[in-house]
Design a protein around this ligand. Structure first.
Ligand code: COA
Length: 211
């Protein structure tokens, strides 16, 4: 049972990361495929994400899932909120009975440092001490912090769910709290203060937000 990370946030919200070691048949027998995915590995990721939903909450109603025009999967009447992400051999999901949620996982790669100006403002470069080419104090590499910040913004994008977000301007990362592994955020598109939680694992970064 390759559950890689599991976190019971509170009575109504749980998240998990699955390390995919199974063949597609394992998932296909247990979970529905909610959209056509032709690439075999992407199909495996899609199925593992769906599998996690009932792994976290066994009464999760797969049969009621709908797909919005934005491609976000959802349950009608907000009876339960969920968000899914996949990367490499990992799938992650967060499910909440009462809060809107967004989750993202990323495998840190060095090319993110070259494009971070596209999703981070000049102010964020300053706040997070991002000097092009300089190694991060904690990780010793140049891409760990930008990957966390990218993942943090993706989690907000998914939490919001309606698309049309300017990452640089509208998702404003204000402060990293290393003791609590959180980032304070202001989402100007709907004037919301958010707390983004993050975790760094060996070769994987996780971010989630709920509100
Ligand atoms: C939609 C998006 C968030 C998906 O992210 P990704 O890195 O391709 O893939 P992930 O594995 O993390 O997430 C995919 C899952 O997100 C969910 N998803 C798809 N579209 C979504 C949306 N609009 N909102 C919320 N969740 C969405 C789905 O569950 C999907 O998996 P599934 O189809 O198997 O169920 C991403 O493609 C995107 O559009 N990001 C914003 C891009 C942008 O505006 N960039 C500007 C910054 S410079």
């Amino acid at each position: 049972m390759p559950i890689f990370f599991q976190h019971q946030i509170n009575d109504t919200t749980r998240l998990g990361i699955w390390k995919i070691e199974e063949a597609a048949e394992f998932f296909q027998g247990n979970v529905p495929q909610h959209r056509d995915v032709t690439h075999p590995h992407k199909r495996l990721q899609h199925l593992a994400g769906r599998f996690l939903l009932q792994f976290l909450f066994p009464d999760f109603p797969y049969e009621l899932v709908q797909i919005a025009d934005t491609r976000k999967p959802f349950l009608p009447d907000e009876q339960c909120h969920f968000s899914i992400s996949h990367c490499g051999d990992y799938a992650a999901a967060i499910v909440s009975k009462d809060k809107r949620v967004g989750i993202d996982i990323e495998i840190p790669v060095d090319k993110i440092a070259a494009i971070m100006y596209k999703f981070l403002s000049a102010k964020e470069h300053e706040i997070f001490n991002l000097v092009p080419g300089a190694a991060d104090k904690l990780s010793g590499n140049t891409y760990q912090t930008p990957t966390i910040l990218w993942s943090a913004k993706e989690s907000v994008f998914k939490w919001y769910a309606n698309g049309g977000v300017d990452f640089r301007r509208q998702i404003q990362l204000l402060k990293q709290n290393q003791d609590t592994e959180t980032i304070d955020c202001f989402f100007s598109k709907n004037n919301t203060q958010l707390t983004i939680h993050y975790r760094s694992f060996d070769q994987l970064v996780l971010a989630w937000t709920m509100s």
